[in-house]
Structure formats: structure tokens, C-alpha cells
Write a protein that binds this ligand. Structure first.
Ligand code: AMP
Length: 363
């Protein structure tokens, strides 16, 4: 490998920006493709402005690159093919990307590996929907198989009127009806697999969502039993081995008693792993760069308990955050918009007062 390898990245949002930032000390030069000329990753690499399915723009981004990766699972799988044809390593691979892009295929993949999921039905017609509702006989969530994120493209159903409304809202594309899981809490497990199959896993993260958007991630291993950690690690390892996966994966899980139910996975670095920048010996971003370029992976050891708050819609006052002991400020350099993730704050080993101060600043 060259001392200064080039990593091509499809997408140049905040995840690309943090990947680029982690790549710099490794001597890795990043190139990003993004439709926006103001994409946040332009601060940490060379930006090509173009659509993610624009063949010429993809070719310009990957020309002479040592590896190709992506920071968004909405990237068209066909945009990975020119790199594969050119012999450039692509990680994660096409199979992982395609599986994650369709909730039905994703659930079938979990099931095939013996990983528990919510009960689900794949639906294309109203009569299939009605039959599934009868079988479910309880509350559910109707979701589009493709394209939904942050709670978009889905509707909850607890009665016949809501079923009708959900159908009217979402009909027209392949859908999946899931039984509503009465979970104790939402967790995610992040792991990274290298080209040689070596796998490292970060401690399980507990996540709180508001209005379908991740709001807070908490990592306090004392609250996740060793057995639960092992179960989550096992799920990640099984999925990554099956997909011959390379890079960071995030699997969203529901905890119900002692069981873990897989909701979905993201074939990329993930919002619920932002805490690893300050909270872990090696961040998810650095390990992803290492993995996709075939470098040895770093330790995922937890430095301390960590809490990450997303800044949604607007950033809190920077100086006020920096005045809080142990707090780290991350701006994505994005135009503030309601519901948009524009930054995050991580705090290591916080006291209860520190957490309250940050919550107040983020109001
Ligand atoms: P998703 O887009 O699948 O990540 O769903 C967004 C959020 O909706 C999840 O983080 C959960 O809070 C909730 N959710 C999704 N699917 C289910 C389910 N089958 N049962 C209970 N809650 C769910």
C-alpha cells in the first residue's frame, strides 16, 4: 500500500467529513462525490460535485483510487460497479449494500442467520395487507421497503382507522408490515471487519429517539450485561461473516427482557457510534478507513462512560458547551433546518449535573 493511499467516498455529508478527518493522520487522502457544492466533507478532502448515480462523476472520483467506500446506504448499487470493474477494492460490498436497501431482503437475511426479528409480512396489495393485519392481530408499523430513514416512510397502526390512513399514505410501493415490538430499550452494536476477516466490536450503545430521530446515545457498559454484550457481538459477527463484510456496520436492536431483536442494519459508520471519537481507543471512522484500505484494525476499548447528544435543527452555543468539563463540540457546518442533524456533543465520564447542563444548552 502506498504511504498516501487515496480513498474514494460516495457521499460527502457529516459521515464523510468525520471519515476524512480520521483519514488524515493515517496519511490517507480522501475524495468525495456529493451533489452539494457545500458538502461538509469538502473541508477534509477533494470534492467532486455530482449526482451519486452520475457515471462520469463516479469515474472521476474513483480514478486511481486505492479503495472505494460510501457514507450513505441510499447510494445506487450500480455506482459501485465501475470500481469493481476497474479492480478497485469496494467495501462494504454490493451484497451488503443491496441487502440494507430493502427492509424485506434485510429481514430475510436476519432470519436466514437465525437472528430474531419482529414478525413481518411483505405486502404489495390491499388484500395482502388485510390478511397480514388479521394474522398480526395487534399493533404494528407499516414501512416502505426502500428509502425510509429517521422514521420517514412509516406509519404506526393500532386500529382499523389507522390501518386505512397508513395504507393511503404509503400504498404504491412495496411495503412491509411489522409487529410493534414492546421493547425495554433500543440498542445498537457497531463492529468492524477487516479484509482478512478480523472483527472488532465496540461496547453496545443505548439509544433514545425523539420523533423517529436519534437524540441521545449512552454507553455505560454496567447497564448492559456481559451476556447481552456477547449476544450483540454474535449477531454482528454472524451477519458480517455471511455478507463477507469489510468496514464498519451498525445493527439497530430492540432489547426485550434477555432477548435481542434485530431491526435493521446500516452498512456504514453510524450516528450511534459518534461517541467512539472521544470514547473509544479507536473511533468507528478510523477503523472504517483502516478496514477498507486493508490496514490492521485498532482496539475498540472503551475509555470511560460516554454520552452523545445530537444537535437537531440548530447548534447550541459553542463556548457554553466548551465550558462544560469533558464536553466536545462537533459542528457539521450545515445550514440549520428543522429536524436536520447539524452537529453533536460528546461528553466523557459525565456527572449528572454535567448532563443536565448540556441538556439545557441543547433545548
Ligand atoms: P426504523 O426506521 O426501522 O429504524 O424505525 C425508526 C424507529 O421506529 C425505531 O428506532 C423504533 O423506535 C421504532 N420502530 C421501528 N420498527 C419498530 C417495531 N417493529 N417495533 C417497535 N418500534 C419500532
Amino acid at each position: 500500500m502506498a504511504p498516501h493511499p487515496t480513498l474514494a467516498v460516495l457521499g460527502g455529508g457529516q459521515l464523510g467529513r468525520m471519515l476524512g478527518l480520521a483519514a488524515i493522520p493515517l496519511g490517507v487522502r480522501c475524495r468525495f462525490l456529493d451533489p452539494s457544492p457545500t458538502a461538509g466533507a469538502s473541508a477534509v478532502g477533494v470534492l467532486t460535485v455530482g449526482a451519486l448515480d452520475d457515471v462520469a462523476a463516479v469515474s472521476a472520483t474513483i480514478a486511481g483510487a486505492d479503495a472505494l467506500t460510501f457514507e450513505w446506504e441510499g447510494v445506487p448499487a450500480t455506482s459501485l460497479l465501475p470500481a469493481i470493474d476497474a479492480g478497485i477494492p469496494v467495501a462494504p460490498g454490493v451484497q451488503a449494500l443491496r441487502t440494507s436497501q430493502d427492509r424485506g431482503v434485510e429481514k430475510q437475511q436476519f432470519k436466514a442467520l437465525g437472528i430474531d426479528t419482529a414478525p413481518y409480512w411483505l405486502i404489495e396489495t390491499r388484500s395482502e395487507f388485510d390478511a397480514a393485519l388479521r394474522e398480526l392481530a395487534g399493533p404494528g408499523i407499516l414501512k416502505t421497503c426502500r428509502g425510509g430513514y429517521d422514521g420517514k416512510g412509516q406509519a404506526r397502526i393500532a386500529n382499523a382507522a389507522q390501518a386505512n390512513a397508513a395504507w393511503q399514505q404509503l400504498d404504491g410501493v412495496p411495503l412491509i408490515l411489522e409487529g410493534l415490538v414492546a421493547f425495554d430499550r433500543e440498542l445498537s452494536v457497531l463492529a468492524c471487519r477487516g479484509r482478512d476477516g478480523t472483527t472488532v466490536v465496540w461496547p453496545v450503545t443505548e439509544n433514545e429517539h425523539r420523533d423517529g430521530i436519534l437524540h441521545t446515545s449512552i454507553v455505560t457498559p454496567a447497564t448492559v450485561s456481559d451476556a447481552m454484550q456477547a449476544r450483540a457481538h454474535h449477531i454482528a459477527a454472524r451477519l458480517m461473516d455471511a455478507l463477507e463484510y469489510v468496514g464498519v456496520i451498525a445493527i439497530e436492536l430492540f432489547q426485550v427482557g434477555d432477548t435481542l431483536i434485530a431491526n435493521e442494519f446500516a452498512p456504514r459508520v453510524h450516528n450511534s457510534g459518534h461517541w467512539t471519537i472521544e470514547g473509544s481507543a479507536t473511533s468507528q471512522f478510523e477503523n472504517h478507513v483502516r478496514a477498507v484500505l486493508g490496514m490492521p484494525l485498532g482496539s475498540t476499548e472503551l475509555r470511560n462512560s460516554v454520552v452523545m447528544f445530537n444537535a437537531i435543527g440548530s447548534l447550541p452555543d459553542r463556548d457554553a458547551v466548551l465550558a462544560v468539563p469533558g464536553a466536545h463540540f462537533h459542528s457539521y457546518d450545515k445550514v440549520p433546518l428543522s429536524g436536520r442533524k447539524v452537529g453533536h456533543i460528546t461528553v466523557v465520564d459525565p456527572s449528572t449535573e454535567t448532563l443536565q447542563t448540556l441538556r439545557d444548552l441543547l433545548q
